[in-house]
Design a protein around this ligand. Structure first.
Ligand code: F6P
Length: 318
């Protein structure tokens, strides 16, 4: 293998650039060439490549977003689109591909692997909803970004004795919400993985009010409902007047934390080296602090569970 490509796909996440840099520099270290594919699978279909030499990936380790840009491609879901992508890759002498993204991106990676193109996934998403790895690239940064924002809200909640609902991202998973809740000392966390009874929540709010708890913070995962919907429900069921904050895309931007910069560097290097020794159809994971490979399918067939210990902490420590 002499020449490989790397792309980022799906939602951007802090640390994707560090992973791109690691793939490119690992290629250089091993006397191989690396190209970057622009706009994810869209660029793969169009043959939109840029050379990733030493200078091209200089100064990007701590930059948020992705220099290769990213997209969610409808064309790649068609056989015609995939065939076009493969033929463009072959014409360009590309012999392998590293895909940085979440489970949706890994479905595309698996299809390319099945068509005979050696492909390896690197999990990059703020949602941390990918089985086969303890953490995904960008998750830690998103937790820290949300932590900073929520601690500011706490000041206001406490000064005015208010009830705040903070909606965080995470798609259909509650990993982000749970870590933010524990890190901020929130009173409640509402996640898609657990059933929600507004009646019970109102009852708990009543008890904590009777216990002279003056302000309350609820961290809500976007996969359950919107914060405004929850506000209306709390008003209708318990007469509560909650204030609402939706953190939104703020959680996706910014420089990676040291944890994410290191995780991305390790994963990018491991992915490239795994391709060189003939691995394909697998994704890189960080399991118990070690780099491992597992089948790409795991990312969409296997459910990753929230830690019961962490869930218990929110209840115990509030
Ligand atoms: O997967 C990352 C994520 O930020 C989710 O948390 C969120 O639901 C989704 O992407 C938003 O997607 P888009 O960028 O397409 O609006």
């Amino acid at each position: 293998m002499k020449r490989i490509a790397v792309l980022s796909s799906g939602g951007d996440s802090p640390g994707m650039n560090a992973a791109i840099r690691a793939v490119a520099r690992t290629c250089l270290f091993n006397d191989k060439e690396c190209v970057g594919v622009m706009r994810g699978y869209e660029g793969l279909i169009d043959g939109d490549y840029i050379p990733l030499n030493r200078a091209a990936v200089g100064g990007i380790l701590h930059r948020g977003g992705t220099i290769l840009k990213t997209a969610r491609s409808e064309r790649f879901k068609t056989e015609e689109g995939r065939k076009a992508a493969l033929s463009k890759m072959r014409d360009a002498g590309l012999e392998g591909l590293v895909v940085i993204g979440g489970d949706g991106s890994f479905r595309g990676a698996k299809l390319l692997h099945d068509m005979g193109m050696p492909t390896i996934g690197v999990p990059g998403t703020i949602d941390n909803d990918v089985a086969g790895t303890d953490e995904t690239i960008g998750f830690d940064t998103a937790v820290n970004t949300a932590l900073e924002a929520v601690m500011r809200l706490r000041d206001t909640a406490s000064s005015h004795d208010r009830l705040f609902i903070v909606e965080v991202m995470g798609r259909n998973a509650g990993f982000l919400a749970l870590e933010v809740a524990v890190a901020t000392g929130a009173e409640y966390v509402v996640v898609p993985e657990l059933p929600l009874s507004i009646g019970n929540l109102c009852q708990k709010l009543r008890v904590s009010h009777e216990n002279k708890k003056s302000h309350t913070l609820i961290i809500l995962a976007e996969g359950v409902m919107t914060a405004n919907e929850m506000k209306d429900k709390l008003q209708d069921t318990g007469g509560y007047d909650a204030r609402v904050t939706v953190l939104g895309y703020i959680q996706r931007g910014g420089s990676p934390t040291s944890f994410d910069a290191i995780l991305a560097s390790r994963m990018g290097a491991y992915a490239a080296e795994s391709l060189f020794i003939g691995k394909s159809g697998v994704m890189v994971g960080n399991v118990n602090h070690r780099m491992v490979l597992s089948e790409l399918e795991r990312s969409w067939t296997e459910q990753k569970y929230l830690s019961p210990e962490m869930l218990g902490l929110v209840e115990k420590l509030n």
